[in-house]
Design a binder for this molecule. Structure first.
Ligand code: GDP
Length: 523
């Protein structure tokens, strides 16, 4: 018999954080293959093969209707049920990418070992760090010449402020890649470029490879052993508590493309990654995942790009209890009862067609406009609201106006609804009252423009203002004369004042001029 707590204990829900081209897609496909999901593995690539221009993306979305196939990928492996949440990058980068990280229990950080830590990884890492969730690192592309592994480990601490604990160590690299010295499993994984199967050679009591192994006298092997020993003596000690809080990251080396080190990574990850944990409410209570009452929150809304189908999908992370098809829940914000009958699940195997999901899983609700990002849904008498999702600091800005001045009404209605929904951030200029939109990715503007036209029949003009630095100021300290040609004073939706600076120089100039004024950013 399956009980709720048994089911919850099998769940591992994570996202991969990486910079474009580090190998996220390749590693995801490998993981799906291990889970026996071959058909969907192609799907990931199809979507990714991807480098299609933005306009094509719209067209593809239109043809396919809502594309949710790769938003959540679920598979079973060794008794665990794994949910991988996609964090779109490239042109698809948006606030949703960040918000997805609010719905996972751990993160896998994939780094290109030739490039080290890149900007998008840094941004996504910051959110994970803020949440204090465990982060597991995969140093990818070992089959190519990359940077010195010691350097890569040091960079984790220097750039991200997280301790790295190497779980294995490369023996050679690029053309000279021989294997992985696996201190955790006390074995060497032999790299055999011509074989699908990795051979594992156990180490003796001294941590040495048997004398009859060709690697025994290999200088790359000796190097790897020396480095491991050095780290053993002088490096960080493995610390489960630090890992749980995101202060230390276990580091695995490998090659996703050559399928080398990926299985070891997956199996070790599953051993250490947390099962779903409690979630905090605004009242300060903690909701346990094994609570019999169902609860969850909306972390992402995907609008349909097909004008004939206005529906959208609201992605819900289940925080407690069990979802059953057709169940009634309360939508906290409105107090209304909603029947969950039109629901997409991301099943391990569609043939099984199990229509139940538990804490840790993600469900997609077909929505005609009832849900907003951050909404809580629940069963039971006690009113429940999970903590608000954080606000992110936009980096791109446009000035927006209605093309047709006679259609102000639909323009305002559209903007207000899309902003409420969390699709984009809206700011108003102090002096002129102009509308300024802020986003973290260009895609958000395009989706906004498209939806304004299709859902509100409002053509908009967007004048790019480029990159800006947004900094909030305490209203008590604000003097409108601080506004100058080098910055723009605006207020956000909550009425809080902030400056948009042209660049870092302008911000520094401001700080020099007003040394007592405190400027802050969101995440
Ligand atoms: P994503 O943008 O992070 O999803 O990256 P992809 O998985 O699409 O990989 C980007 C490119 O790097 C592709 O051409 C992959 O074939 C290649 N790639 C991924 N992993 C490896 C690897 O381990 N070794 C090598 N040599 N190339 C890799």
């Amino acid at each position: 018999m399956t009980t709720l707590s048994n089911d919850v204990a099998t769940r591992r829900t994570f996202a991969i954080i990486s910079h474009p081209d580090a190998g996220k897609t390749t590693i995801t496909e490998q993981l799906l293959l291990f889970g026996g999901i071959v058909r969907q593995a192609g799907t990931v690539k199809a979507r990714k093969s991807g480098n299609f221009a933005k306009s094509d993306w719209m067209e593809i979305e239109q043809k396919r209707g809502i594309s949710v196939t790769s938003s959540v990928m679920q598979f079973d492996y060794e008794g665990k049920r794994i949910n991988i949440l996609d964090t779109p990058g490239h042109e698809d980068f948006s606030e949703d990418t960040y918000r997805t990280l609010m719905a996972v229990d751990s993160a896998v950080m994939v780094i290109d070992s030739a490039k080290g830590i890149e900007p998008q990884t840094k941004k996504l890492f910051k959110i994970c760090k803020m949440r204090g969730i465990p982060i597991f690192t995969f140093m990818n592309k070992l089959d190519r010449d990359g940077r010195d592994p010691l350097d890569l480990i040091a960079e984790l601490e220097d750039v991200l402020g997280i301790e790295g604990y190497p779980m294995n160590w490369p023996i050679g690299m690029g053309k000279e890649l021989k294997g992985l010295y696996d201190r955790y499993h006390n074995r060497v994984a032999m790299f055999r470029p011509d074989s699908e199967e990795t051979a594992y050679v156990p180490l003796d009591d001294d941590g040495d490879i048997p004398a009859d192994n060709p690697l025994h006298d290999d200088s790359w092997y000796e190097d790897a052993r020396d480095n491991m020993e050095l780290i053993e003596d002088a490096g960080n000690a493995f610390d489960m508590d630090k890992i749980a809080k995101g202060d230390q990251t276990p580091v695995f080396f490998g090659s996703a493309l050559a399928n080398f080190g990926v299985k070891t990574f997956l199996e070790t990850y599953l051993q250490f990654a947390p099962q779903p944990e409690e979630h905090k409410t605004t009242e300060g209570d903690e909701v346990e995942p094994t609570d019999d009452n169902f609860s969850g929150f909306v972390f992402k809304i995907q609008a349909n790009m097909d004008p004939k189908h206005r529906d959208r999908i609201a992605f819900v992370r289940i925080c407690s209890g069990r979802f059953n098809h057709g169940m009634d829940v309360t939508l906290g914000r409105t107090g209304k009862t909603m029947r969950l009958s039109n629901v997409t699940q991301f099943m391990a195997d569609t043939r099984e067609n199990v229509d139940t999901a538990v804490a840790g899983d993600i469900i997609g609700l077909y929505d005609t406009g009832n849900y907003q990002i951050g909404d809580t849904i629940y069963t039971g008498k006690k009113k429940l609201q999970f903590e608000k999702l954080p606000q992110f600091t936009p980096e791109l800005f446009v000035r927006v106006t209605a093309k047709n001045v006679m259609k102000q009404k639909s323009f305002h209605k559209g903007i207000n609804q899309l902003v409420q929904e969390g699709a984009i951030q809206l700011y108003t200029s102090y002096t002129t009252g102009d509308y300024i939109l802020g986003a973290v990715g260009q895609l958000q503007f395009e989706v906004f423009q498209f939806r304004m036209q299709n859902e509100y029949n409002s053509d908009v003009i967007m004048e790019p203002m480029g990159h800006k630095t947004a900094r909030w100021i305490d209203p008590e300290q604000l003097d409108e004369r601080m506004s100058s040609s080098r910055n723009l004073l605006v207020k956000d939706l909550a009425g809080e004042p902030l400056f948009l600076f042209e660049n870092d120089f302008a911000e520094r100039w401001f700080k020099d001029k007003y040394p007592d004024v405190k400027l802050t950013s969101k995440l």
